[in-house]
Design a protein around this ligand. Structure first.
Ligand SMILES: *[C@@H]1O[C@H](CO)[C@@H](O)[C@H](O)[C@H]1NC(C)=O
Length: 225
């Protein structure tokens, strides 16, 4: 029984690590406070991921998109890498998550659900931003006896001045989250699609079976490794 649980845990951690660059820890999620008076309408649009937990891969962008019909929010995490074109592989990785705000008085504290997350929703917190230059998001999900967490330092441009980076890293540290899990995301050889081309990317968190998740994880592993 215990053996079975640890296999499942290892599998989930493995998938999580491959697909979403989370880091697994024992105990409960550290509580990271959202920015005061967060304004999603100013945060929408394209962000370049400058640093992200536990991934060495390049070219990540996040697009925060609001559906004007029903006001729903989604995040599209994309990695469009030009070098992979040349070897004939699918060059696009795209993960779309549905975001919601459980408490309208705390708009910077959201919940996210990604299709490939077997464990359901995760906390999604915007803990720093000036909307025009930098942003920073933290996510955490309780899973079995621990949690997996991730954070990303975002910029409106493919680079970000070091003082902003330092400020974000030390802010995260004040919440008890070790910034040493950050890796640098390179943006030099990227082919980034315009933000507007992602408007119709579907969010469909319920269509992924466990089998699909494992296949996707394998494919990602093959392509990246
Ligand atoms: C926006 O929401 C409406 C109503 O739920 C839906 O019919 C439509 O497909 C959504 N548009 C996009 C681009 O997701």
């Amino acid at each position: 029984m215990a053996g079975k649980i640890s296999i499942v845990a290892a599998l989930m951690v493995c998938i999580a690590g491959v697909v979403h660059s989370h880091t697994y820890y024992l105990g409960s999620c550290p509580r990271v406070e959202p920015v005061n008076d967060f304004d999603m309408s100013k945060f929408l649009g394209r962000w370049y991921v400058i640093q992200k937990f536990s991934t060495a891969s390049s070219c990540w962008t996040y697009d925060f998109i609001r559906n004007k019909t029903d006001d729903s929010l989604k995040i599209v995490q994309s990695r469009d890498h030009v070098a992979l074109d040349t070897i004939g592989l699918d060059n696009n990785y795209r993960y779309t998550g549905a975001l919601d705000v459980p408490d309208l008085n705390r708009p910077g504290f959201m919940r996210v659900r990604f299709p490939m997350s077997l464990a359901g929703k995760a906390d999604y917190v915007v803990f720093a931003t000036d909307y025009e230059n930098y942003g920073a998001v933290y996510s955490c999900q309780s899973i079995l006896f621990g949690h997996r967490r991730s954070a990303s330092i975002l910029s409106r441009r493919p680079t970000l001045d070091q003082p902003f980076i330092n400020k974000i890293r030390s802010k995260l540290e004040t919440f008890g989250v070790d910034p040493h899990d950050f890796s640098i995301i390179d943006h030099t050889d990227c082919k980034t699609l315009p933000s507007t081309s992602l408007l119709n990317v579907e969010v469909n968190p319920n269509t992924f079976s466990t089998g699909n998740v494992i296949n996707v994880a394998k494919d990602v592993g093959k392509t990246v490794g």
